[in-house]
Every structure is written in structure tokens, then in C-alpha cells.
Design a binder for this molecule. Sequence first.
Ligand code: KMH
Ligand code: ZN
Length: 311
Amino acid sequence: MAKQKTIITCAVTGAIHTPTMSDALPFTYDDIAQQAVDAAEAGASILHLHARHNETGAPSVNPDDFAPFLPRIKQSTNAVVNISTGGSLTLSIQDRIKPAKTFSPEMCSMNMGSMNFSFHPLANRYSEEDWKYDWEKDYVANSDQNIFRNTFRDIKEAAETLAPHGIKFEHECYDVGHLYNLKYCMDIGLFKAPVFIQFIFGIMGGIGPEVDNLIFMKRTADRLFGDDYRWSVLGAGGAQMGLGTTASQMGGHLRVGLEDSLFISRGKLAASNAQQVAKIRRIVEDLGCEIASPDEAREILDLKGGDSVSF
Ligand code: KMH
Ligand code: ZN
């Protein structure tokens, strides 16, 4: 049997990192568009997108902050657009799904459980005068009291609201229990096979970034879903390249991007999203795997197609 091709997702900006942490983190409409297109050219077939305020870089779930860059990305690349519904970690699910409802992308994220979700230790790396924007320090330091709320009722509401759009979900699973939540939701008919699971390792509040945990998550998913799932791995911070490489060697897909790590190697900030994509592509190909084109990703994940979006 032919070996499956590896889908590279690039998560371009996210809602964890702030402009002070890296000059490479895109937050203006122009920079998000340009870095997304460059990442696609480097080999990413899926672009996982958040929006930010154009002037301050603060995370935004306002569809008006997506509108300036989505059409530009669509015109310049065939890559699949995946819009976050995680958005700002403390907002309601109703607010967080607005961009996906408005733009009906081929994919959007779907977070599969409530959890602590923190990055407050990052605040200690900067002194008072380092912060570029007023909102950043409190946003990072106060994340120790974040509850990232994704109750069963929230998930049901998001799934039912978005169902008419034919969007494929990137099911974000930060721990083993989230796989059981997904199984339950499939059993009650909220999600159709094949589901696409993003195994997430190394977020503070979720499971740690050890290979043992990847094996455990994968074995659990095999038991729960059999052939009814496709999977990808996201290692946060220093785990990004290692776990992505392991995933592709195990026959899975992977995600990189400045949302998940600001680094290109130990202690060295990445210059761009495209640099991370180019690096993981090189590793994946050197180790004998092929990367999937956007149309191959559409086939593997059974997506509705790039012509069926509203932007
Ligand atoms: N920031 C990642 C760990 C979302 O956008 O819905 C998870 C994420 C969530 O990408
Ligand atoms: Zn995200």
C-alpha cells in the first residue's frame, strides 16, 4: 500500500504569543496575509488562522479583523483555510464561532474540552519596559486564572450552528479525556467520520510533550475511532519539531507555526512561519515521507473544496 502523504498545517499567529515576544509574530492584516501565503509556498497545505487587532496585536474574534486578509490569502494560494474557534481564550463560544459562521471556511477548529490554559510563566521573561503594548503584560500574567471553557453544551452549540456550512473540524484534543468527549459527540451524531484530530502536547493545563503520551493518545484513538479518524500532532514550544517529526514517521500529519512555537531551534527565534514550514518539510522529506498538496489534503480529509467558502 502506498504510504500516506504528510499534511503540514501552519498556525500563523494564534492567541498565546504577544508582539513583544518576537518581531516575527504577524499581527497586522498585511503581515498575517503575507506570512500565510509564504507558509503555503513553503509547503503548508492548511493555514490555521486567528485574527488580531491591526494596531495593537491583541487577539480578536471580530469577523471585521478577518475580512481584510482572508480574500488576499484565497487569491494568492490554493491552501486550505482553517479558521480558529478558540480565538480569545476567555470569550464565549457564541463569540468565538462568529468568524467561522461568517466566512464558512473549509475547516475550523473545535476544542474538545474545558481546561486550565495558561502561559503565565512567559511573563517573567520580560521586564516592565520591554512590553510594547499596554494589554500584553496582564494578558500573559493573568492567564494563570484562565478557564478555557468548552463544555458539552458549548461543543453542541458550535457543531449545530456550523453544521449547515459543511465545515470539517480540526478537533483540538489537549488530553486523553478529550478523545472520549469526541467519541461521545460522534455517538450522538454531532460529528461525521472521518474526523480530524489534532493531538496537542505541551500546553500548560494539558498533557505533556513526551513521545510516550503521543503513543498513548494514538492507541486510545485507534481503540475509540478505528478507521474513522485522521490525525495530526502539535507540540508546543520546544516540542514542535521533534513531535512533528515523530508524527510523520508514525504515518500522521503535523502542525507548526508561530502560534505554537516562536522558535526555529533551541534558543533561536524563528524569522517567520515559512521558515518553520521549510524546516519541517526538509526533515519529513529527508526521512522518506512526501508532503501533501492542498488538493491531496482535501482528499485525505474529505473537505468541501475551496470554492465553497464565503470570502
Ligand atoms: N493554540 C493551540 C494550542 C484554537 O485555535 O481553537 C490550540 C488552538 C486552539 O489552535
Ligand atoms: Zn489556534
